[in-house]
Ligand binder design. Structure first.
Ligand SMILES: Cc1cc2cn([C@H]3C[C@H](O)[C@@H](CO)O3)c(=O)nc2[nH]1
Length: 219
């Protein structure tokens, strides 16, 4: 598929558990002239009109999950519809993982109740039919929960102090069923799975494999 500045760029979403190395992966492409990198708008989630919704979510998930996930859905739509003249657009996560992984996990844990999930789901269905949120490739950074748990502890992001191994195991299973076993939900594009348990140096070869694939599809 040839992408020129008049057609939609080749759009890739990077999916994976918390701590799976998505930011490191995106940094690898940050300065590439043909790639528009749109990382997760965490700073927007930390400051929505002065409110730190990310902190609220982890401090009192039952009270704030709906608010947080509702705002995430909006910010991911803004990312999907961001216009770039570059031939490749890389998104960190997507409106799809928002619904199929994070909202789903909160529902199964009983943090989000059915009425809240129904409203988020109605928005999700409306948005994916009325806006062009199409994707050409999903890169799945596949990890083990124990590995990402260590990384989350080491990274020590202040809002994530309460993230447990079980939380990461639940999220891992949802990513696995969606993207690897393909037994849950639907996938908006072909999935390229990378072994993201690898250490920083070894993972560069995985990224290189992916870079060759990405740059080859855009001619
Ligand atoms: C699409 C999407 C991303 C995302 C991230 N998060 C959390 C996980 C991490 O602690 C932090 C940054 O990814 O935000 C969430 O709770 N729900 C989300 N939904």
């Amino acid at each position: 598929r040839i992408s020129s500045q008049f057609s939609k760029p080749f759009t890739v979403i990077i999916e994976g558990n918390i701590g799976s190395g998505k930011s490191t992966f995106l940094q690898h492409f940050e300065n590439h002239k043909d790639v528009c990198v749109l990382s997760e708008p965490v700073e927007m989630w930390r400051n929505c009109a002065g409110h730190n919704l990310l902190a609220n979510h982890y401090e009192n998930p039952v009270k704030w999950s709906f608010t947080f996930q509702s705002y995430i859905q909006l910010t991911m739509l803004q990312r999907h519809t961001f216009v770039t003249s570059k031939p490749i657009k890389l998104l960190e996560r997507s409106i799809f993982s928002a619904r199929y992984c994070f909202i789903e996990q909160l529902f199964r844990r009983g943090t989000l109740e059915a009425p809240s999930v129904s409203v988020l789901n109605e928005w999700f269905k409306y948005v994916i039919t009325k806006f062009d949120v199409s994707v050409d490739l999903i890169v799945y950074l596949r990890t083990s929960p124990e590995v990402v748990y260590e990384r989350v502890l080491t990274r020590n992001r202040k809002e994530e102090q309460s993230v447990s191994l079980q939380y990461l195991k639940d999220l891992h299973d949802l990513h696995e069923n969606w993207l690897f076993h393909k037994t849950a939900f639907s996938r908006p594009a072909h999935v390229l799975t990378l072994n993201a348990d690898l250490g920083r140096l070894a993972i560069r070869e995985e990224y290189q494999k992916c870079e060759d694939h990405l740059l080859s599809v855009t001619g």
